[in-house]
Design a protein around this ligand. Structure first.
Ligand code: NAD
Length: 501
């Protein structure tokens, strides 16, 4: 049975009646992004003091393509000794060169990094997709252009700090330790490095263990841009390297993006040290659809919010709150739309949903989905066929979800949506706010006044109205409650990297 036939059959069962044209999922010929222009070295070292150096441990770990499980390269296993070396290099660069440069000079370097990212964007997009599993259309159209845009944006601020913080004396903080997760590897590096450099700080960055390759390409770009040695250092490795970095006494500021659990651990370790800290943590975002919303557009927003990038998005709209009067048509449209999502080779330009980032993440998704079924929610899954090798999970949603169930409370970080219903705006607000998280939210309604009211009452750092997952370097991003504190992006993202007097 072809995928179309399977989809039609499932839809016929769930939503009887004539198939709408949207149901027909044309079988596209594969349109694979070429990998010929990309060469990934078999082994990668640490980037410390402007040079690539072997790790103290003399160990390298394997980094794979999660869509095929094939090894892409071996990457240096940084340890506490390497972290110490990198922090000392960053301190030296801070004292000797970077803090003494004028803002105009710093801006030139940052601008050069942005241009080089643009020049190498095809290779960066391919490697991001191969190492992380995300569809090429996402890395090509979102991750890499946004990473360049952040460097351009903060290059613009470097010589205007006195306008950014008027009537204040502005100075850098010193050495910034930056730890990032695997879902937007290059973009997270850009979010962190660009404002730090613009404000005159130096950096030690620790990429996530499953997706180190584009950070190492960024190291090459930084070398090519001619930054003074030690201004940016990149230490690959696992949690031990992250812990060594966040607890290093030579670090003045820590910027962490990752899970709430690790964020709390870092917060405890930092308490009382006087180090500055910003935390960008997990989320369980509500996407709230009112009965007057343009439903087709809302369904696209729901799909964009949870299924693209495999739900590996901290601000993923993982809880759908739909007003009772339109629940039936919204769920019907959602089922139909899910049936048309193409799951498969991330390098295929037609692919909507790529590979899950790791076996560990896949296990976590499966366990939470099982808990949803066990707790009595009704599951709907796309009947798409999944590749034999690699880590995959079909687009899934649960209806009839209880507010207290794990799938309504815990971050799944996969293509799994929990659907709940509401009657009044007050009920939607109360239930949407009823999680430990508060990173983002979506509101779908034609009524402007309702959007404003919801935006005031929802406890979330970012609220999208009649759209979802839109980013811009000028716009701050960050959380409430257990989603963290501090902001990245925009002028707000510069503030954690300066001292004001
Ligand atoms: P994670 O917390 O396991 O790891 C994040 C980073 O921290 C990795 O580089 C890891 O090696 C390092 N690390 C692990 N243990 C550490 C320790 N004890 N001390 C210091 N560093 C340590 O998270 P993950 O699984 O890589 O990423 C997924 C999580 O990130 C999700 O919860 C997601 O919501 C969150 N996230 C948040 C944002 C945001 O902006 N709020 C953005 C992206 C991802």
């Amino acid at each position: 049975m072809t995928r179309n036939e399977k989809n039609r059959e499932t839809l016929e069962r769930l939503a009887p009646g004539p198939a709408s044209p949207a149901v027909i999922n044309w079988e596209y010929s594969a349109s694979l992004e070429s990998t010929d222009h990309v060469s990934i070295a078999p082994r990668h070292n640490l980037f410390i003091g402007g040079r690539f150096v072997e790790p103290h441990s003399k160990k390298w770990f394997s980094t794979i393509n999660p869509a095929t499980e094939e090894e892409l390269s071996k990457v240096a296993e940084g340890d506490a000794e390497d972290v110490d070396r990198a922090v000392r290099e960053a301190r030296r660069a801070y004292e000797k060169s970077w803090r003494k440069l004028s803002g105009t000079e710093r801006a030139k370097y940052i601008f050069r990094i942005a241009r080089l990212i643009q020049e190498k964007s095809r290779a960066l997009a391919v490697v991001e997709t191969m190492n992380g599993g995300k569809p090429i259309k996402e890395s090509r159209d979102i991750d890499i252009p946004l990473a360049a845009a952040h460097f351009f944006y903060y290059a613009g601020w470097a010589d205007k700090l006195e306008y950014a913080f008027p009537n204040r004396n502005v100075s850098p903080i010193g050495v910034a330790a930056q730890i990032i997760p695997w879902n937007f590897p290059l973009l997270m590096a850009a979010w962190k490095i660009a404002p730090a450099l613009a404000a005159g700080n130096t950096v030690v960055l620790k990429p996530a263990e499953t997706t180190p390759l584009t950070s190492l390409m960024l190291a090459e770009i930084i070398q090519e841009a001619g930054l003074p040695p030690g201004v940016v250092n990149i230490v690959t490795g696992g949690p031990a390297a992250g812990a060594a970095l966040s607890s290093h006494p030579g670090v003045d500021k820590i910027a962490f993006t990752g899970s709430t659990e690790v964020g709390k651990r870092i917060e405890r370790a930092v308490a009382g040290t006087g180090k500055r800290l910003t935390l960008e943590l997990g989320g369980k975002a509500p996407n709230i659809v009112f009965e007057d919303a343009p439903l087709d557009q809302a369904v696209e927003g729901i799909v964009n919010g949870i299924y693209f990038n495999q739900g590996h998005v901290c601000c993923a709209g993982s809880r759908l709150f739909v007003q009772e009067s339109v629940a039936e048509p919204v769920l019907r449209k959602l089922r139909q739309r899910i049936g048309t999502l193409r799951v498969g080779n991330p390098l295929d330009k037609n692919t909507d949903v790529g590979a899950i980032n790791s076996q560990a993440q896949l296990d976590k998704i499966r366990e939470l989905v099982q808990s949803g079924t066990d707790e009595g929610a009704e599951i709907f899954q796309s009947s798409c066929s999944l590749p034999q090798r690699g880590f995959w999970f079909p687009p899934t949603f649960f209806s009839g979800v209880a507010q207290s169930s794990r799938i309504a409370q815990e971050e799944i970080f996969g293509p799994v949506l929990s659907v709940l219903t509401f009657r009044t705006p007050e009920e939607a607000i109360e239930r949407a706010n009823n999680t430990p998280y508060g990173l983002s939210a979506g509101v779908w309604t034609e009524k402007g006044s309702r959007i404003l009211k919801m935006a005031q009452k929802l406890r979330a750092g970012v609220i999208w109205a009649n759209t979802y997952n839109k980013f811009d370097p000028t716009s701050p991003f960050g959380g409430f409650k257990e989603s963290g504190f501090g902001r990245e992006g925009g002028l707000h993202g510069l503030a954690p990297y300066v001292m004001l007097s």
